[in-house]
Design a protein around this ligand. Structure first.
Ligand code: ATP
Length: 217
């Protein structure tokens, strides 16, 4: 049974492949939020991009390897179990039902993803189920106009302690140590035979080599 005041951080993504930008940013946020647990939630069929060249099971396997042995980190494969488009709203509704009303749920996302939030299915309901934590990324700046900027203006709080006063409904912009790494750049480098070992956990790189992934785009 989860403590009613528990804080659960959630990082959804394609993880194609998972890299140190995901891992380190999420771990840093886990500290900032004093979260009890950080769950990685790989997306099965991303609504916003073409299906990746690597299978969902392989992306899941890489996430499992990346977090193996790391305390308080886990992977939730529910989006792979649902054989349909992976909508975050469905995941958050299910998690809220499981954890109950008191547990603080924090959905983490990079600023690049947040800027396009209004294209997500039932995006205005996301805050009914979780907070949103926007991770600054060096290569992207925050939208200043339009529906997402308006949502931010209505729900923004200035600090993690303000956020943690309720279980959902607020947005926090959090500056983290910048890790200017993207999965796109890693896939591109791998397809050109360039070194990527500084961007990935060793276990993930071994898996990519063993299964000959990302050899060409
Ligand atoms: P791609 O280049 O394939 O789009 P990505 O790493 O940006 O890859 P996802 O795997 O879907 O895409 O990322 C999951 C989440 O992690 C997204 O919200 C994304 O913004 C965030 N994220 C990815 N890389 C970083 C990074 N280096 N620093 C902070 N956040 C990141």
């Amino acid at each position: 049974m989860t403590n009613p005041q528990a804080v659960i951080a959630l990082l959804g993504g394609t993880f194609d492949p998972i890299h140190l930008g995901h891992l380190r940013s999420a771990q840093e946020l886990k500290e900032v939020l004093a979260a009890d647990e950080l769950k990685f939630i790989p997306c099965h069929r991303p609504p916003h991009r073409a299906s990746p060249g690597v299978s969902s099971q392989q992306r899941l396997a890489m996430v499992e390897l990346a977090i193996a042995g790391l305390d308080g980190l886990s992977v939730d494969d529910r989006e792979l179990q649902r054989d349909q488009l992976s909508y975050t709203i469905d995941t958050l509704i299910a998690l809220r039902r499981e954890y109950g009303e008191q547990v603080v749920l924090c959905w983490l996302m990079g600023v690049d993803a947040f800027n396009h939030l209004d294209s997500w299915h039932r995006w205005q309901e996301l805050l009914d189920y979780a907070h949103i934590i926007v991770m600054a990324r060096p290569e992207a700046s925050l939208v200043t106009q339009g529906p997402v900027a308006e949502l931010l203006a209505r729900h923004k709080v200035a600090s993690p302690s303000q956020l943690l006063q309720q279980a959902s409904g607020r947005v926090l912009l959090q500056t983290l140590t910048p890790y200017p790494i993207s999965a796109t750049a890693i896939r591109q480098a791998l397809s050109q035979g360039q070194p990527v070992s500084q961007y990935l956990p060793d276990t993930v790189l071994d898996y990519i080599e063993q299964h000959q992934l990302y050899r060409s785009e």
